[in-house]
Design a protein around this ligand. Sequence first.
Ligand SMILES: NC(=O)c1ccc[n+]([C@@H]2O[C@H](COP(=O)([O-])OP(=O)(O)OC[C@H]3O[C@@H](n4cnc5c(N)ncnc54)[C@H](OP(=O)(O)O)[C@@H]3O)[C@@H](O)[C@H]2O)c1
Length: 264
Amino acid sequence: MKLVLIAAGNVATHLGKALKDAGHNILQVYSRSEPSAKQLAKKLRSDFTSKPSEINPKADIYLIAVSDNSIKDVVHTLANNNLESSKRKPIFIHTSGSIPINVFKKKFSHYGVVYPPYPFTKAKSASLKNIAITVEASDVETLKKLKRLCSSVAKDVVELNSEQRKTLHLAAVFANNFTNHFLVLAERILNKKNMSLDILRPLILESARRIQDSPPEMMQTGPARRGDTATLEEHLLLLKDNPRLQQLYRLISESIEETSGPRL
Ligand SMILES: NC(=O)c1ccc[n+]([C@@H]2O[C@H](COP(=O)([O-])OP(=O)(O)OC[C@H]3O[C@@H](n4cnc5c(N)ncnc54)[C@H](OP(=O)(O)O)[C@@H]3O)[C@@H](O)[C@H]2O)c1
């Protein structure tokens, strides 16, 4: 399929590369800043532009991977660019977990959402071969095409509606974004006492490995899980100079106490 990438960030970079490797034709990269469009276009050996009026009108699919806040504006810009005509009706898709499909309604004939629940960053390589991509589409024919597109780069394709996708995104924030933030906090706590996060890396890896074949609820350990109240008080004392962290520690410990399943 012929695609134009609308954006040159984390997702556009990885999806663009995977789609190209799968044999699709990336015609052009459009982004608001020319240097980033040019940089990605060079990797994908495609054209690039930062001018909406120069967006290539010959694509089968326009893949919008801008930040959530910009999607509505970008859809509006694309709709004003006559990319759809009586003869040509391409598909417009975005990649957001939380923006509903109806952002495209009344703007285009065929549209959809392709959301990969995976932490893409430009700096790290990503293998889509092991992940599931979720899809939603305006109509049956578009759904078929998007499923075929996603199957060419990912292990699985799962059909979700906008409500389900938003819930999946919320769960991903807890599973990934919050977990990573806690690792940032852990590293700061260690660094303050001249220790490195390296000492915890085996523990972090083991926690991630365990939940591959066991329910997380069963894998919970720690003072809150055991009901070690004296230890909880000691930790709160260590955080006495940081009331926000103390509050966080209390809230999470309470949540652990409330949600813990039977001990194995
Ligand atoms: N990162 C992830 O792990 C992930 C995973 C799944 C889904 N998503 C979704 O994918 C989308 C993109 O995320 P991302 O992490 O790739 O974002 P990102 O790295 O911040 O990239 C956003 C890109 O959009 C461009 N952009 C922003 N506003 C624009 C506008 N008004 N017009 C034209 N270009 C604009 C930016 O241009 P500049 O270079 O000029 O700033 C940048 O190239 C979001 O909807 C996000 O929710 C992200």
